[in-house]
Write a protein that binds this ligand. Sequence first.
Ligand code: FMN
Length: 150
Amino acid sequence: MAKVLVAYASLTGNTEEIAELIVEGIRQAGGEAVLKSVTDCNADEIKAYEGVLLGAYTWGDGELPDEFLDFYEEMDELDLTACKAAAFGSGDTGYEIYCGAVNQIEEKLRERGAEIVQESLKIEYGPNAAEKETCRSFGRQFIETCAAVS
Ligand code: FMN
């Protein structure tokens, strides 16, 4: 079964909760997931996995959080053509650019050659009861796609 890295940045815990639920979904579907804060890993680590799910909250005017920037720049050194990927994160629809960081992460993954296998997951603040299941399902769907092609 495919092994997936789930790496995230979260200031107040919303994106962290989403990441944990995604990991739950991956494990429910029999997949293997490693969950890490983006500050505790180097982008180079992605190469050890068949799939990667990257998540962040959005900061400023639709920007990536500062703690994601090192990882984001390290990604420029990577060839991710063998990697399945998708992005997720939390935002607030009251801002002009909703979940802009999620869009930037997805774009960077695509630019480095990763195959974006599913639409990004955007949740406003923390997940409510229905959205918790959406997060788990996002993880299940991802691992099923990885397993189907690996
Ligand atoms: N959310 C957006 O969707 N777009 C933004 O441009 C945006 N800018 C923000 C700027 C500031 C100063 C703050 C405090 C929040 C902003 N947010 C924006 C909302 C956060 O992304 C949102 O509260 C998110 O749930 C925080 O996630 P976390 O708990 O993982 O840190």
